[in-house]
Design a protein around this ligand. Structure first.
Ligand code: KIV
Length: 267
């Protein structure tokens, strides 16, 4: 059965924890769908994990739509969420509404995700029929404003503000809240304060759901990962080994062999 935004609230009400993974292409989308992952995010981390940028800031609406269509093609039941990238909603509510609608119409997303306490935009989008997943704590689109990717909400006052902003986003209509890069206790207080689920990344064990970057979780990268980013496979090493073996077999004329060629008599 296809997962909808109503299921997210139900998961929380039933105390059912759930996973979300990012994907940027049809292959990972199919694998995650086959694994029964209920929520798949086309995150603006595609700038880092697909385009090789240092931050998410350069990602455009066209980039997200392009990758969202590919992921859509691999999904049957999972709820497809797509990020509004930096510059796609900061100018005005009207700009955010236009771009949110594009993600549904052109990308095939069911939910849009956006960063920060954008109460008016969340309110307007949801009123216009565009479900919104909010995102607080470490918001990577504010990389320069935050002075880097730093853990947020470390003081009592900051936690009070975080909880207040989360409540207002829920009131504005957000269907879920990503909490990134906050201490465990801050995430616990936010999670306890909301009727919608929190989905943590680097936010400890108290969130209702957890999200990881798909290629990072699979160990597809050769770089270093933040401490929370557990690697459940080591695909980079496997990919390097496979490519080396292929090259060696070509050089030694062992590939293609009889099994991998059309060794038929010519009539
Ligand atoms: O862009 C992204 O991949 C995200 C997740 C890390 C939550 O926002």
């Amino acid at each position: 059965m296809p997962i909808t935004v109503r299921d997210l609230r139900r998961f929380k009400a039933e105390g059912r924890r759930f996973a979300m993974l990012t994907s940027y292409d049809v292959l990972l989308a199919r694998a995650f769908e086959a694994a029964g992952i209920p929520v798949i995010l086309v995150g603006d981390t595609l700038g880092v994990f697909v385009l090789g940028e240092q931050t998410t800031l350069a990602v455009t609406m066209d980039d997200v739509i392009h990758h969202c269509r590919a992921v859509r093609a691999g999904i049957v039941d999972a709820l497809l969420v797509a990020d509004l990238p930096f510059g796609a909603y900061q100018a005005s509510v009207e700009q955010g509404v236009r771009n949110g609608i594009r993600l549904l119409k052109e990308g095939g997303a069911a939910v849009v995700k956006l960063e920060g306490p954008e109460f008016a935009l969340v309110d307007t989008l949801t009123a216009k029929g565009v479900p919104v997943m909010a995102h607080l704590g470490l918001t990577p689109q504010s990389f320069h404003q935050l002075g880097g990717n730093r853990v947020q909400a470390r003081t009592g006052d900051e936690v009070i503000r975080l909880v207040a902003n989360a409540r207002r986003l829920e009131e504005a209509g957000a269907c879920a809240l990503v909490l990134e890069g906050v201490p465990n206790e801050a995430a616990r207080q936010v999670t306890d304060a909301l009727g919608i689920p929190t989905i943590g990344i680097g936010a400890g064990p108290h969130c209702d759901g957890q999200v990881l970057v798909g290629p990072e979780m699979l160990g597809m990268g050769d770089g270093t990962s933040p401490r929370f980013a557990k690697r459940y496979a080591e695909l980079f090493g496997a990919m390097v080994a496979a490519a080396r073996t292929f090259a060696a077999e070509v050089e030694q004329a062992r590939y293609p062999d009889k099994e991998h060629s059309y060794d038929w008599p010519i009539r």
